[in-house]
Each structure stands twice: as structure tokens, then as C-alpha cells.
Design a protein around this ligand. Sequence first.
Ligand SMILES: Nc1ncnc2c1ncn2[C@@H]1O[C@H](COP(=O)(O)OP(=O)(O)OP(=O)(O)O)[C@@H](O)[C@H]1O
Ligand SMILES: [Mg+2]
Length: 270
Amino acid sequence: MLLQVQAVTKTFGQKTAVDKVSFEIARPAMIGIIGRSGAGKSTFLRMLNRLTDATGGAVLFEGRDVLGLRGGELRAWQSQCAMIFQQFNLVPRMDVTSNVLHGTLNRRSTLSTLFNIYPEADILKAVEILDRLGIAEQAPKRAEALSGGQQQRVAIARALMQDPKIILADEPIASLDPMNAQIVMDALRRIHEEDGRMVIANLHTLDTARRYCDRVIGMRGGRIVFDGSPDQLTTGAARDIYGADASFSEAATSTSIEALDETYAREMLA
Ligand SMILES: Nc1ncnc2c1ncn2[C@@H]1O[C@H](COP(=O)(O)OP(=O)(O)OP(=O)(O)O)[C@@H](O)[C@H]1O
Ligand SMILES: [Mg+2]
């Protein structure tokens, strides 16, 4: 078993944000986690990467519990599961190549970081990755001069610099227009297929999860309420995930998941 998540729990005071979440992944896959705002998706991803400590449970990667790792072993784990965020988290005034080279930071000395000295092999690798993502010509520009979709591809390039086994993406397309959203999701899918890296992405639309993922996990109130393939994601299952308030049952009468999805999106924007 590649990844085993066992009763992972996170409480903030009285509030249980993630409630005994358990699932297993046998081989690298592209997995979408969906659910409404507050369902616990971000908290869960952050625990996997150890940005947040879990309150309870275990996460075994290749049989080894990663929740207890400390020091150098913890840093090694964090570079094996690179994280991508909705807001890209680039250094805006720094050029694209330097942003990508930041992905090598945890294996470089403080001194070389301080003076921005990168080995030539790393620079060549950075440019090669940018080229693969179709943005090599942006390399000398400042990150802030790029479009959102280009910036997210720079963030993906920075993640790839770490040569991660897992890419964790927290709402990677939530700030992008539909065309850029598609470019970014295509890139993640291609990285999964060509490199065999596992991708776990929090997504808030059903449609994206169904189109790109091999497996979809639905969360509600901190718990898993759905775990299956995209074609098992029926309107009924979607209602379990997103809730069955008035507007949803209205949408459900159309029996179209897309309609339900749209209603949900409209509610979120309202
Ligand atoms: N640092 C924190 N302190 C207290 N409560 C928190 C903290 N972080 C998250 N929570 C709570 O935990 C629950 C889950 O939050 P989380 O951000 O994981 O949800 P989410 O599914 O990612 O939502 P969204 O779709 O809005 O990003 C929410 O009720 C949230 O208010
Ligand atoms: Mg979130």
C-alpha cells in the first residue's frame, strides 16, 4: 500500500475540522477531494504535508508513519509531498527562474540561498521544467508580470524542482478563468500520467473532479461521505456531499450533476 490514512483527526478547540478520515491508495493516482466550504479539505491536506499537526490518527507512506517525523526526516517528507496553493505563493518581484529554484531551498545551504547562488545543473533543470509547462519564454520576467494561469504553472514548476512523489494542490484553479483552469488541470494530469506522481487536489467543483480524477473523495463536516470513481458520483452522492438544502433539491430535479454544480457555484459567489 502506497498511502494509508488512518482515522486522521484535527480539532480546533471544540470544533472538529477533520473527523477520523481514513482511506488507502494502492498506487499513484490522481485524486480529487471535494466538499463545501468548511468541510475540512484544506486542513486535511495541510496535515498530510505536516504544515498542521494532526490531533490524532496515522498517515503511512510506503509503510512509514509520517505524522511523527521530526527534523531532517520531516523536511525530507515535506519535499516529497510538494504543495500548490490557490494564491500561487510566489515571490512577486522575483523573476520566474528564481521562484522555481526556490523549490531546491531545503537542500541548499543558507549561505548560497542568501547570495542567490544556484548550481548550473539546477538552473538548467528549472528552465527544462518551465519549457515542459510551456512557459520557458517567461523565465526572465518577474512573477507578478505573469497571468494567473502562468503563475500557477510557475508554482507547479517550483514543486517539480523538488522531484516530489506526491503533489498536494489546495484549490489550484479557484482563482483562474476557465481557460487557464483547464491549462493548469491538464498540466497536473500530464505530470501524474507521465511521471507517475500522485496528485491529490482539493477542488470545489464536481465537474473538474469528474473530468480529471481517477478517484473522488467527498467530505462533509470533516468526514468522508463519498469515496469512489467519477462515474459513481451520482446526483444523490453529490447531494450527500454538498447538502440537500432547498436550492440543491431544486437543482436535483433536473437530475444533472452539472446543474447541481452550477447552483453550488452560484451560491458560493452570492
Ligand atoms: N486555524 C484554525 N483555527 C480554528 N478553526 C479552523 C482553523 N482552520 C480551519 N478551521 C475550521 O475548520 C473547518 C475546516 O476548515 P478548512 O479550511 O479545512 O475547510 P475547507 O474544506 O478547506 O473549506 P474551503 O472550501 O472554504 O477552503 C472550518 O470550520 C474552519 O473554520
Ligand atoms: Mg480550503
